[in-house]
Design a protein around this ligand. Structure first.
Ligand code: ATP
Ligand code: MG
Length: 331
């Protein structure tokens, strides 16, 4: 069953210089129980996509077009009351900046308790408290710190508190935006395993935004590669990591540290992504692409399917002969 279906989504920000087209025609699905990774360079629209789904865009952000169906219900056009019902209980988000997601005037315990009571008014105090204790244990926070205020926590502790809050009601869809960046490696691993464990228990789906390839390789069934507000390529994790077809993914792949060999040098793709106020016509990656031709600059890239991969590129057929030998020998 499809849990989330995003169709031709456009999310823009109003600025003094005009609209920033942060998400510009994005379509993808997440099936029930599936983990989908979203990767791409800084500024390509990953957080914007997550914020649009859960409905927490900043004031100058708006959905310009398209739809977001969650379990059959369009989230782009939802009354505030219904949105609050879904939040935490059905869809929860582990945000990139934990400080902004927690309310500074309430203790951590009060906030989690409030979320539980709002959605499960019949659950007794004892059971609610048990759940909070369980979550604190799970994310490795001392139970005695429940009565602290967010500012009394370190960045890593706040992130853990938010993970506790995001999981406590066992939502159907978890949006995780760089869920573990403020944590050390051992904690990252532990928390991700626990998130996956909970997920399997309740068959929830997850969208994970991360720069960390190891996280994607370990936890995601599928990967969406974004470039400058659009999807460049999408498919099963294995195919994306082992045999991608979009020149951008191939560039990223050699930019990512090798999953097996940990101390390989980072090689980044030369150049910068385009300005999203006024994105170029044709393929947005053309300026940085080793295979780019005039057609790439003039015409939007077609959607090309290779096995389970979906790639938006004019030159998918040239990748094997022209790009792969180079990329492979660079490994
Ligand atoms: P990162 O990996 O750094 O978190 P991201 O992929 O999450 O990046 P977004 O935060 O979604 O990127 O930003 C997408 C684009 O929208 C960027 O060009 C960014 O500058 C712009 N943007 C984000 N928030 C706003 C805002 N409130 N007002 C105007 N522009 C914004
Ligand atoms: Mg972000």
């Amino acid at each position: 069953m499809t849990m989330l279906e995003v169709e031709d989504l456009e999310v823009y920000y109003d600025t003094e210089r005009g609209a920033v087209k942060a998400v510009d025609g994005v379509s993808f699905r997440i099936e029930e129980g599936e983990n989908v990774g979203v990767v791409g360079e800084s500024g390509c629209g990953k957080s914007t996509l997550a914020k649009a789904i859960i409905g927490i865009l900043p004031k100058n952000g708006y959905i310009n077009g398209g739809s977001i169906y969650f379990d059959g219900e369009d989230l782009t056009d939802l009354p505030e009351k219904r949105r609050r019902e879904l939040r935490w209980d059905e869809i929860s988000m582990i945000a990139q900046s934990a400080m902004n997601a927690l309310d500074p005037v309430y203790t951590i315990r009060e906030q989690i308790l409030e979320a539980i009571e709002a959605h499960h008014p019949k659950m007794g105090r004892t059971e609610s408290q048990e759940r909070i204790d369980e979550m604190f244990d799970l994310v490795g926070l001392d139970r005695e710190r429940q009565t602290d205020y967010p500012h009394q926590f370190s960045g890593g502790m706040r992130q853990r508190a938010m993970i506790a809050m995001a999981l406590v009601l066992e939502p159907s869809l978890i949006l995780a935006d760089e869920p573990t960046t403020a944590l050390d490696v051992i904690m990252q691993d532990q928390i991700l395993k626990r998130i996956n464990g909970i997920q399997q228990e309740v068959n929830s789906s997850m969208m994970v935004i991360t720069h960390d390839v190891a996280v994607v390789a370990e936890t995601c069934d599928r990967v969406v590669v974004m470039y400058a507000g659009e999807i460049a390529e999408e498919g099963p994790s294995e195919a994306i990591f082992q045999r991608p077809y979009h020149p951008y993914t191939i560039g990223l792949k050699s930019a990512f540290p090798n999953i097996q060999r940990s101390n390989q040098d980072l090689v980044s793709i030369g150049g910068h992504p385009p300005d999203l106020h006024d994105p170029p016509t044709g393929c947005r990656f053309a300026e940085r692409c080793p295979l780019a031709t005039r057609q790439c600059v003039e015409e939007d890239p077609p959607e090309v399917e290779t096995g389970d991969l979906r790639s938006y590129c004019h030159h998918v057929d040239d990748v094997d002969s022209q790009l792969r030998p180079v990329a492979d020998s660079a490994e």
